[in-house]
Unconditional design. Structure first.
Length: 86
């Protein structure tokens, strides 16, 4: 039996909200985009995290031996939209 090292990348949907003031719809959209960028970079807790929907990618699966690692797979997408027991 071989040993394998697996690296995954995953993301959860997170929701947050804020208010902006603007003189037009176009200005509101531009302000929202700018504020959204700074909010996403923030380390603050978002208002809500959707723990039920999970998306990600298996970055790599490497077969490992005492002398070396050999790639078995890379960038394998997976989605899991099913309800998760916590």
């Amino acid at each position: 039996m071989s040993g394998y090292t697996v690296k995954i990348a995953f993301w959860l949907r997170a929701y947050d909200g804020f208010a902006v003031e603007a003189d037009s719809d176009a200005e509101a959209i531009e302000k929202a985009k700018a504020r959204a960028r700074s909010e996403m970079e923030s380390l603050a807790q978002p208002e809500h995290v959707d723990w039920e929907r999970r998306e990600g990618v298996i970055v790599y699966v490497d077969r490992t031996t005492p002398k070396r690692r050999v790639s078995a797979a890379e960038d394998v997408p997976f989605d899991d939209d099913c309800t998760v027991s916590r």
